[in-house]
Design a protein around this ligand. Structure first.
Ligand code: IVH
Length: 669
C-alpha cells in the first residue's frame, strides 16, 4: 500500500470496526459474520504493527489490555455515587408513590422504570467525546481507577457518537456485569485450570474488573449498561427518559428494557412482567429501579445522606428452587459460633449452583423442622448466603430423627455453650477454627494493641504453623518472621518490638483480649474494677459474677463456662510463662476514693486535645464512666466543637455542661 494511503485506510478500518462493535455489543444486531469481522480486525492489527507510530489510544486494537499496575489507585468522585433504598412489598412501592406526590404537591407522578442490574457500579468520564477515565464506586466518595480495565469492555465506546454536538465533559454512571452464559463458560474455563470458580456473576464481574493486569480483564466477558448522567457540560435532558435516549444517541449502551409509567399501577405491572421474564433474560437482574421521571422534580426531592429521595430499588422476591438435604454438618466460625449447614443435592438457583445452605441456628432448624433427607426449597437473594426457605412435605416420606446440636465442638472437642438460639465452642483459645480470629482479637487496638499484627500477618503465622497458640506469639524470632512474604528485617523488628511491648498489660485489656463471649471493652473494665486481679476473676463463681450490677445471667454463664474449660486456663498459664504480666486493675476500694467515682460523662462534638477513646480512658482511670446518651443520671456533658442534639438534651435536663478545657482541668490533665 502506498504510504499516503495508509492513514486513511487505518481511519476507515477503525471506524468500520467501531461500528460493528457497536452493532454487535450495544445493539445486539450484527451486520456481518464473525469471520468477516475477524478479517477487518486482522488487517487493522497488521497495519498497526507495520506502523506503530500511527496507533491511537482509541483504536479498537487497544482493547487488549495494558501492562500490569502495581495497585489500583484511589480516585475521589466529583459527585458522591449514591446508593438506592430498596423495598420488596407492593405496599412499600405505593407508599413511595404517595410520598412523592405529597412532597411534590401533585396528583400524579410519571416514573421511568428500568432493570436493576446485578453487577458493580462504575463512573465513566468522557472528555471531548473520548473515554478518559473510569472508576469503581468504592465507598461512594472514593473509588478505584479502573480505566485500563474498562477500555477492554467492548460495549463501552472509547469514542462517543455525535460529532460536533458532543459535550466537552461528561460523567456517566453505569453497571458492569456478566451475562449468565458467559459467566458459566468462564467458570468452566477457570475450574478446568484448577482455580476456584466464582460464586456468582456479580463476583465474577467485580473480580474481573478490579484486576491489576488488564490483559486478564480483556479475556473476561464483561458488559456495561449506563443509566445516569452524573455531570455534563451541556444542558441536561429534562427527564430521565430523555437522559437514557441521549446516552443511547451518544453510542452508550443504555437499558433497552425500560418503561415510562404514568402511574404506580403501571410501575407494578412492569415489575410483575419483568419478574416473570427474569429467567429468560440473558443476565441477572434483582429488581427494577423506579425513578421520578422529571429531573427538576428529582432536584426538588433531593437526597438523603446515601441515597436519592426520587428513586427506589423495587426488588423481586428471592428465587427459590427445590432440592434435598443430604447431610447437616456444623461449622465453627472464627468467633466460635456453631452454625448448622445443610449439604444439598446441588441445584441451580438463578444461574448459580448451590450445594450448601446455612440453617442459621438451632432454633431455626427446629422451627423449619429440617432433617436429613428432607425435600426443601432453597433461596438466594442478591449476594446473601443461600438459605433454606422451607421444607416441602412429601406424602408418604420416611423422615429421619430431628437434628440436634452437638455437645462437643466438631473442630476441637471442647464443650459447647449456649446463648439463646446460639451454640458456641468454649475452647476460644484452643480451637483451630477460632485461632486466627482469637489472635487478631488478642492483638487488636482495645486489647493488647500489638501494632503490625493484622489479619494478613496472623493468617501467615497460623498457616505456616509458626503460631499454634497465643503464647507462640511471644516465642517468635526475627529469623521466623523474615521468612514470611512481605517481611524484611525492619518490619520484623518492629513487630517483635510491639509484641514485646504488649507483655505488660492492664487487666481490663487482657480480659478483653481473651475474647470471652459478651466480654467487650465495657464488661472487661467492670470486671477489672470489681475484682482487681486475674486470679480473683478465675476463681469466682456464678453467684459472685451475678452480684455485679452490669453483669446479667448470660454473661455470668459465659464467664463460668469459659473458666471451666481447663485448656483455656492452660493458655493463660502459658502466656504468663512466656512473660506476659497482667497489671492489677483498679480495685473497688481505690475506685470509691477516686475523685470522679460514680460520675457519668457524655461527650458531644469534636475534641481538640483528646481522641474519644483517650477521653474515655481518662474518665475511667479517674473512676468515672462514659455513656453515649444524656439522661437525668448524667453528671457532666462535655461539649466539643459543633455539638449535636445532646447539648439541647443536657440543657433541658439541667446537666452540668463542661468545655473541653474545664473537662481537662477536672480530670487533672
Ligand atoms: S441508579 C442516584 N439505576 O444498584 C442513582 N442503580 O442498590 C443511583 N444499580 O449502587 C443508582 N441498576 O450500582 C441505578 N438501573 C439502575 C441500576 C442501579 C443497578 C445498582 C447501582 C447501585 C445499586 C443500589
Amino acid at each position: 500500500m502506498a504510504h499516503a494511503d495508509i492513514l486513511p485506510r487505518l481511519i476507515a478500518l477503525r471506524d468500520e470496526i467501531r461500528r460493528h462493535d457497536y452493532l454487535y455489543y450495544v445493539k445486539d444486531h450484527p451486520e456481518i459474520s464473525d469471520s468477516q469481522y475477524d478479517r477487518l480486525f486482522r488487517e487493522l492489527i497488521e497495519l498497526e504493527q507495520a506502523h506503530p507510530e500511527l496507533v491511537t489510544p482509541d483504536s479498537p486494537s487497544q482493547r487488549v489490555g495494558a501492562p500490569p499496575l502495581q495497585e489500583l489507585v484511589k480516585v475521589p468522585h466529583a459527585q458522591p455515587m449514591l446508593s438506592l433504598d430498596s423495598i420488596i412489598e407492593q405496599s412499600e412501592v405505593q407508599a413511595f408513590d404517595l410520598r412523592m406526590k405529597r412532597e411534590l404537591e401533585t396528583l400524579s407522578v410519571e416514573y421511568s422504570v428500568e432493570p436493576k442490574f446485578d453487577g458493580l457500579s462504575v463512573e465513566l468520564m468522557y472528555d471531548h467525546g473520548f473515554f478518559t477515565r473510569g472508576a469503581t464506586r468504592g465507598d461512594g466518595m472514593t473509588g478505584e481507577d479502573v480505566t485500563v480495565n474498562l477500555r477492554t469492555i467492548r460495549s463501552l465506546p472509547l469514542q462517543l457518537h455525535g460529532g460536533s454536538n458532543l459535550p466537552d465533559h461528561l460523567v456517566v454512571r453505569g453497571e458492569v456485569y456478566m451475562r449468565l452464559d458467559d459467566f458459566q463458560a468462564l467458570n468452566r474455563r477457570i475450574t478446568e485450570r484448577g482455580d476456584d470458580a466464582f460464586a456468582n456473576p456479580r463476583n465474577a464481574a467485580s473480580g474481573s474488573l478490579r484486576q491489576l493486569d488488564s490483559t486478564i480483564t480483556a479475556t473476561r466477558p464483561l458488559v456495561v449498561t449506563c443509566y445516569e448522567i452524573m455531570n455534563v457540560s451541556t444542558p441536561v435532558p429534562p427527564t430521565h427518559w430523555d437522559e437514557l435516549e441521549t446516552l443511547a444517541q451518544w453510542g452508550l449502551p443504555a437499558p433497552a428494557l425500560r418503561r415510562l409509567c404514568a402511574s404506580i399501577d403501571e410501575v407494578m405491572a412492569f415489575h410483575r412482567e419483568t419478574e416473570s421474564m427474569r429467567d429468560q433474560l440473558p443476565y441477572e437482574i434483582d429488581g427494577v429501579v423506579v425513578k421520578v421521571n422529571r429531573r427538576d422534580w428529582q432536584g426538588r426531592l433531593g437526597m438523603k445522606s446515601r441515597s436519592p429521595r426520587w428513586a427506589i430499588a423495587y426488588k423481586f422476591t428471592p428465587r427459590k428452587e427445590i432440592t434435598i438435604v443430604q447431610e447437616i454438618v456444623v461449622s465453627v466460625g472464627r468467633t466460635g459460633t456453631l452454625t448448622p449447614v445443610a449439604l444439598l443435592k446441588p441445584v441451580e438457583v438463578g444461574g448459580v449452583t448451590i450445594s450448601r445452605a446455612t440453617l442459621h441456628n438451632a432454633d431455626e432448624v427446629a422451627r423449619k423442622d429440617i432433617r436429613i433427607g428432607d425435600t426443601v426449597k432453597v433461596e438466594r437473594a442478591g449476594d446473601v448466603i443461600p438459605a433454606i426457605a422451607e421444607r416441602v412435605p412429601v406424602p408418604g416420606e420416611h423422615r429421619s430423627t430431628p437434628f440436634c446440636m452437638p455437645d462437643y465442638c466438631p473442630v476441637c472437642g471442647s464443650s459447647v455453650g449456649r446463648e439463646g438460639a446460639y451454640f458456641y465452642c468454649t475452647g476460644q483459645l484452643v480451637c483451630g477454627a477460632q485461632l486466627k480470629g482469637a489472635i487478631e482479637h488478642f492483638a487488636s487496638k482495645h486489647a493488647l494493641n500489638i501494632e503490625g499484627l493484622g489479619k494478613k500477618t496472623v493468617a501467615q503465622l497460623v498457616d505456616t504453623g509458626l503460631v499454634r497458640s497465643l503464647a507462640d506469639l511471644y516465642r517468635l524470632t526475627n529469623a521466623d518472621l523474615v521468612r514470611l512474604e512481605g517481611f524484611a528485617d525492619r518490619s520484623a523488628t518492629l513487630l517483635l518490638d510491639s509484641i514485646a511491648g504488649s507483655k505488660t498489660v492492664s487487666l481490663d485489656r487482657f480480659l478483653m483480649g481473651l475474647g470471652i463471649r459478651q466480654v467487650g471493652q465495657h464488661i472487661a473494665k467492670v470486671l477489672a474494677r470489681e475484682f482487681g486481679s486475674l486470679d480473683e476473676i478465675m476463681s469466682a463463681d456464678r453467684e459472685r459474677f451475678q452480684q455485679i450490677r452490669e453483669i446479667g445471667p448470660e454473661i455470668s454463664q459465659g464467664l463460668v463456662l469459659y473458666w471451666s474449660e481447663p485448656r483455656n486456663r492452660e493458655v493463660i498459664a502459658q502466656l504468663q510463662e512466656s512473660g506476659v504480666q497482667v497489671a492489677p486493675g483498679m480495685a473497688t476500694g481505690d475506685r470509691k476514693k477516686s475523685p470522679l467515682a460514680g460520675k457519668t460523662f457524655v461527650f458531644t462534638g469534636g475534641l481538640d486535645h483528646f481522641t474519644r477513646d483517650g477521653a474515655q480512658e481518662a474518665v475511667e482511670t479517674a473512676g468515672g464512666r462514659v455513656s453515649s446518651s444524656v439522661s437525668k443520671k448524667t453528671s457532666y456533658l462535655v461539649m466539643g466543637r459543633d455539638p449535636g442534639s445532646k447539648l439541647d438534651q443536657a440543657r433541658r435536663l439541667g446537666v452540668t455542661i463542661l468545655t473541653e478545657v474545664e473537662f481537662a482541668a477536672l480530670i487533672g490533665k
